[in-house]
Design a protein around this ligand. Structure first.
Ligand SMILES: C[S@@+](CC[C@H](N)C(=O)[O-])C[C@H]1O[C@@H](n2cnc3c(N)ncnc32)[C@H](O)[C@@H]1O
Length: 313
């Protein structure tokens, strides 16, 4: 029998609560994964329907199986959420009541020994969500120059030893597997007393770079705004500070009327708020959830609502 592929959806109740009241609504689950959040929304929100998007064809296949009982209440597309407006249009939806972005990777992806996301398994360093496009992590390691590698590890992994790691990688090229990379890093960090695995930050940086995750988050949020109806809601779960900063700044910027620098005496930007922040305080998993699903521990949920038409003066 094959390995059971499981991903426990994070902040499930909180996500569904964020969409409460949007009965008969059309939603976009922009990061469908195994369809855990989609299933719960379909079960809890009467007459809802969902367009589910994922870059990963294996996720799309599994989600189709998991959600088949919902029939035409769910439409699934393999694609990038940066194209969500066009994808929704392909399903004849010009605007929607809610958008969910549950960022990052799923447990199914990281636990798949062949994908190269985890330093726990020895495999080719691939790390692409969409294996049909872009370049693999090993191509990146073997083609960027030393300074570019160091910058990537520092910017996307906040890795303090980025320079020495980059130097050692360049010396050891070609670096093709997770274990080869882990060995290089472990040799450098042999005396480290940190609680996290020595390779955590470099692996995070590589994954973000390979999948252009931060650019996608920024673009995905903009697309979601174009798609949301007046009064519609957006819920975003992020898992590390780089993502969360983008989400927080984006929502903040779109929830205020003036974005001029503070030094400006009179407003010149003509910017107007399009959304209201729903939860002033970020929502985090309870201790019980973290105990049940340790991978949820860094999750942060931010919710905003497109300002209802009636409130626009
Ligand atoms: C945290 S998982 C989502 C899990 C899902 N909420 C569930 O309950 O099963 C994130 C998913 O987003 C997908 N993903 C990442 N970047 C994407 C992008 N730019 N466009 C579409 N899907 C993306 C990944 O392939 C992964 O399956």
């Amino acid at each position: 029998m094959g390995k059971v592929q499981v991903h426990i959806p994070v902040l499930l109740k909180e996500v569904v609560t964020s969409f409460e009241g949007l009965n008969n609504g059309v939603f976009v689950d922009a990061t469908l994964g195994m369809g855990g959040h989609t299933r719960e929304i379909l079960e809890q929100i009467p007459n809802s329907s969902i367009i589910g998007i994922d870059l990963d064809s294996e996720a799309v296949m599994l989600a189709r199986q998991n959600l088949k009982n919902f029939g035409n209440r769910v439409n699934i597309a393999k694609g990038n959420y940066v194209d969500m407006v066009q994808i929704a249009r392909n399903f004849n939806k010009l605007n929607v009541d809610g958008v969910l972005l549950d960022l990052g990777f799923s447990s199914v992806q990281i636990d798949d020994a062949k994908r190269g996301f985890s330093f726990k398994y020895d495999s080719e360093l691939d790390m692409r969500f969409d294996k049909t496009k872009g370049v693999s992590a090993s191509d990146v390691l073997n083609s960027l120059d030393e300074a570019e590698l160091a910058d990537m590890f520092y910017t996307y992994g906040e890795e303090r030893q980025s320079r020495i790691i980059a130097k050692s990688i360049v010396k050891s090229r070609p670096v093709k597997t997770t274990y080869e990379l882990t060995e290089i890093i472990s040799n450098i960090k042999r005396k480290s007393k940190s609680k996290i695995h020595p390779s955590t930050k470099v692996f995070q940086a590589l994954r973000i770079y390979v999948n252009q995750e931060l650019k996608n988050v920024e673009k995905g949020l903009e697309e979601a705004m174009k798609l949301l109806k007046f009064g519609g809601k957006i819920s975003v779960i992020s898992y590390h500070s780089l993502e969360d900063r983008i989400v927080k700044n984006f929502l903040r910027k779109n929830s205020i009327d003036c974005i001029c620098p503070v030094s400006m005496i009179e407003c010149q930007c003509n910017h107007t708020a399009t959304i209201k922040i729903v939860n002033k305080k970020v929502i985090k998993p309870t201790e019980k959830e973290i105990k049940n699903n340790p991978r949820s521990r860094s999750a942060k949920l931010r919710i905003a609502q497109r300002i209802p038409l009636a409130e626009i003066v």
